[in-house]
Design a protein around this ligand. Structure first.
Ligand code: NAD
Length: 480
């Protein structure tokens, strides 16, 4: 066994993470998972149910510790942690428990004439051993939610959480090891080196959540073994506010969607495109709503989160260098505080408009006509989310239906994530694949079709010679 020791600095604590899984150790873990999967222990649906129930129980036992870890990593308040992380996971487990018997059933499928007589079926089967790599911004739910579907579908899981959210990553290791045999599910903590090593192995499925740049590295590694992959990535999410929008409600919902988790949300609005006729009114209302929700002195508000690391603080500071700050702008490296900040700009070439912001900075860009909106949306094409605030619902619907993007809303931000029946995921630059609710189960299942033919009859239609059959065949096939 080779022992590696890494030191990560976060929230002024030096925390030593002992990583005992590298090289041969990683190989032995993966071999264990292969053996576990081959032993068919994951196939029995009752045992999947038991695993999910045990996981739910262990999470409930550790609820306080989870809240504490999320507070230590991201300054998340109890309320926010419960709403956006813990309860999210409870819902996903309960949905899986309620539906797993239905999801795993072999389904009879209507047969075709050419096959007559036959009985046709589809059965979902697990891929096998799966690798999950997760990010730091919702470090609990983004690690556990995919895992629920993977277990429900009968796979094994190696989970590599983020090296930035160290408290939550450590706790995930404890929770998972209390519930699962490492051959079934295991957490391997570490940084890019561990992640890169893991990617050298052959997996049956890779589920990655993170940045576009790393997503490309994952896709390239997966391609070497033709491993199917889900990539849950990010991007710049436009939020359009047209001249008919309800200013107060729009501002409130934008402020909440943008500044929850300090703007470190993949589907947060990245920037606002506002009709110039209402721009001043919207800006005034955004300022008012920031104060309404977070108070005059945000730094003292216990419900407002923190930036994950100094590196991310530096990036955000650099984005503001040449910008016209119209609200906020204060920050503090000591406790990684960054104030909700509004920026007025029309320069699409500025640094703040180059890449995903992923922090509490909100650029506001005015438009005169929808051609400008169209050009800007196309510049940041295939975002993970797209939002429009308007009273013209039909117009809003046409707008959303005319652009490719992961998911979105008319007159709200972020909340499309709150329906497990809506598949969640990106398209193009913002990713591939989808999950949540049944979609997660489907993601981790191969839907295997097969047919059963009786031996008592063997219609001659499909066998050559066709010469005397072809006209009859054409007629018959046209009927169905
Ligand atoms: P990241 O891509 O830097 O890291 C994600 C994970 O990949 C971490 O576990 C990290 O250790 C690993 N990793 C980093 N570099 C790697 C490399 N070179 N090779 C192999 N593994 C590597 O992302 P992040 O900073 O943790 O998260 C922020 C990003 O994630 C944002 O872009 C955000 O939009 C995106 N995100 C997307 C979703 C979604 O559901 N679509 C959800 C949350 C975050």
């Amino acid at each position: 066994m080779i022992y590696y020791s890494y030191f990560y600095q976060n929230h002024n604590f030096n925390i030593e993470l002992n990583i005992i899984f590298m090289d041969n150790s990683l190989k032995s873990i993966i071999d264990k998972q292969k053996n576990y999967f081959s032993s068919k222990k994951t196939i029995d649906v009752e045992s999947r149910i038991k695993s999910l129930k045990n996981l739910l129980k262990e999470i409930k036992l550790n609820e306080k510790e989870i809240e504490h870890a999320l507070y230590s990593d991201l300054g998340k308040s109890k309320g926010e942690s419960y709403l956006t992380e813990i309860n999210f996971v409870y819902t996903e487990i309960n949905i899986a428990l309620k539906n797993i018997k239905k999801w795993t059933k072999r389904k009879p499928i209507k047969s075709t004439l050419i096959n007559f007589p036959s009985s046709d079926y589809i059965i979902p089967e697990p891929y096998g051993i799966t690798l999950h790599i997760s990010p730091w911004n919702y470090p609990f739910q983004l690690s556990i939610a995919p895992l629920i579907g993977a277990i429900a579908a009968g796979n094994t899981v190696v989970l590599k959480p983020s090296e930035y959210s160290i408290h939550t990553s450590k706790l995930l290791e404890k929770i998972i090891s209390n519930v699962f045999d490492p051959g079934h599910v295991v957490v391997i903590n570490g940084g890019i080196d561990v992640s890169s090593k893991l990617l050298e192995f052959k997996w049956d499925y890779i589920f990655f959540t993170g940045s576009i740049g790393v997503g490309k590295i994952i896709a390239a590694a997966a391609a070497k073994n033709l491993t199917p992959t889900t990539l849950e990535l990010g991007g710049k999410n436009p939020c359009v506010v047209d001249e008919t929008a309800s200013i107060e409600v729009s501002a409130k919902r934008i402020v909440w969607g943008k500044f929850t988790n300090c703007g470190q949300t993949c589907i947060a609005p990245d920037f606002i495109l506002v009709n110039k006729k209402i721009k001043r009114r919207l800006i005034d209302e955004l300022k008012k709503q920031i104060v309404n929700i977070y108070g005059d002195n945000v730094v003292n508000n216990k419900e407002y989160g923190r930036i994950i690391s100094d590196k991310h603080m530096n990036y955000l500071v650099s984005l503001l260098e040449k910008e016209n700050i119209i609200h906020g702008g204060k920050f503090n490296f000591n406790d990684k505080f960054f104030e909700p900040t509004l920026v007025e700009t029309n320069d699409l070439d500025s640094k703040i408009m180059e890449n995903e912001i992923f922090g509490p900075l909100l650029p506001i860009i005015e438009y005169d006509n929808f051609e400008e909106v169209h050009n800007i949306i196309n510049k940041y094409s295939h975002p993970l989310a797209l939002y429009i605030f308007t009273k013209k619902t039909e117009f809003g619907r046409k707008f959303l239906e005319s652009y490719p993007f992961g998911g979105g809303a008319i007159n709200d931000t972020v909340m499309h994530i709150a329906n497990d029946r809506l598949p969640f995921g990106g398209v193009g630059q913002s990713g591939m694949g989808k999950y949540h609710g049944e979609s997660t189960f489907k993601t981790f299942s191969h839907f295997k079709p097969y047919i059963i033919k009786p031996l008592w009859i063997d219609p001659p239609l499909r066998y050559p010679p066709f010469e005397n059959k072809i006209n009859f065949l054409k007629k018959i096939l046209k009927l169905f």
